[in-house]
Design a protein around this ligand. Sequence first.
Ligand code: FAD
Length: 554
Amino acid sequence: MKTYNCEFLCVGGGVGGLMAAIAAGKKGADVIIAEKADTRRSGSGANGNDHFHCYIPECHGTDTERVYREIGSSFDAGPWVDMELTKVWIDRSFEVIQMWEDMGINMRPTGVWKFEGHGMPGQQLYNLKFDGALQKSCLTREAKQQGARILNHIIIHDLLADKDGRLAGAIGVDISEEIPETVMIQCEAVLLATGMVSRMYPSITPAYMFNTPCCPATTGDAQAMAYRFGARLVNMDMLNGHAGPKYFARGGKGTWIGVSTDIRGNTFTPYNSKPSRATGDITADVWPTCYRDRLKKGKGPTFMNCTETSPEDLDYMLHTAMVSEGIDSITDYCEHYGIDLSSDMVEFGTYPIMMGQRGIEIDTHARTSVPGLYAAGNCTGNVNGSLCGAAVFGMTAGEDAADYVKNTKDISRIDPADIQKYEDLYQDLLSRSDGAHWKEAASSLQNIMNEYASADQQSEDMLNAGIEYMRQLKANCYKELGCSNSHELMRSLEVLNMIDLSEPIFLCSRNRKETRGPHVRCDYDFTDITLNGKFQTIYKERNGTVHMDYRYKR
Ligand SMILES: Cc1cc2nc3c(=O)[nH]c(=O)nc-3n(C[C@H](O)[C@H](O)[C@H](O)COP(=O)(O)OP(=O)(O)OC[C@H]3O[C@@H](n4cnc5c(N)ncnc54)[C@H](O)[C@@H]3O)c2cc1C
């Protein structure tokens, strides 16, 4: 086992994790980033992003109430966020833009601040069009310059406590070699920033588990670890997902310059009747389930229709915007198969549930309910902002954690006996090299989630059955799951974490005895107005007692 010491550990070297490391490093904290892949090209921002949802005073004016109202009601904030956090994201967004520009990220490819896409009708445009193709390598370079040590190819598996039960570090596995090595990191504060939950539900092509719209390596480890450690989660009952090219799962729907239409080319939402490079078509953002909903009603198929997009805009979309966004595999595919978007429409689909921005509850400093534990980005449950939100709250967490660790010097060391159970688990899994393969467990997990905690119809009976099946699956995994190398051990730990994460999803779904938004209960098909404006929270004490509550949106 390898042991490391630092003051502040960032779990996940995505956008949120790197920004936290940079901010904490600037304030003199001793920082380690532990990253499952390689921070230069990992997470949902690996290949690039092209929209930065932000407020720039010189472009949007000084009426911040208008900005809060408009961004606060946009798809990227949505109903399941706390407004006090949305304001932090908005207020600090320009600071991040300036910082990123200094790091060499191309925030104004045309030389001026330009806003395009994800446009809400009747509002100012807030999505800065930038070129994020190199964002991860620039952020990695800056994190190193601020003194952060980056440990790539380490999956962090669990949080560790000292003898008084206080957060004192984390344990994981180094998967850089064929034979894995256990890694323990001792520290005073931890940031969890492991992104979306990509593989908990079947992909749109179930035989290809990694055909997911966002990074398939982000598997909800942060939420699972936080839940086991007693941190409060929020909005776990509000299942959500994404949309895009039907069987070629890619995020980045806002980069398309076209309109959603039926097979005859007719639009079905009031937003855009013609393609607009300035606004894009907001349909897929505000109603990502429209492609599935319309199929179910016999109104499909539904297409992204670029046949009226100008040749200049098509060229720009395929050869500039999709490159900045990291989805130019779509461009390659079109060229390879002779798909001409000026005459061929692309069928879009609603992708299965992904659980982005559902998870760890944070406050305006990115603190969780556990002292010393922070969270940022897609793994948090009460703020959004996508890329910009991850950057702002990563930065906020890093700043706060740097102060926290200076005042928290009395954490006692982790007792080696406490980590024996992890060593035993890893040894058990590795000793069964001919045991059940992680894919068997993953596909069972996905089937149970899909049918018993589905987005379409839930009922007490189905949820109860799902809870029981998941308990059986977990017991079977601990008895039978086997792996023969580092890679398979990582995949197995991901599945075990997703099984743990299913618990708060099932419990909160069962506890919400009403139908509201994406939560559809056939046994409670009314909306309970006493729950208006409230979020459901859940946490588990170390003794296993679960607490669920409703609190007002802040
Ligand atoms: C194709 C595409 C286009 C997009 N375009 C935009 C856009 O234009 N604008 C926008 O605002 N948003 C966009 N997004 C979303 C945006 O990329 C995410 O919101 C953002 O990357 C979230 O940052 P994060 O730090 O929360 O997670 P990520 O950037 O996904 O980083 C999570 C990191 O954690 C690591 N990790 C996971 N588990 C572990 C573990 N157990 N131990 C160690 N490390 C772990 C992962 O490898 C990864 O590096 C897009 C996403 C996709 C996929």
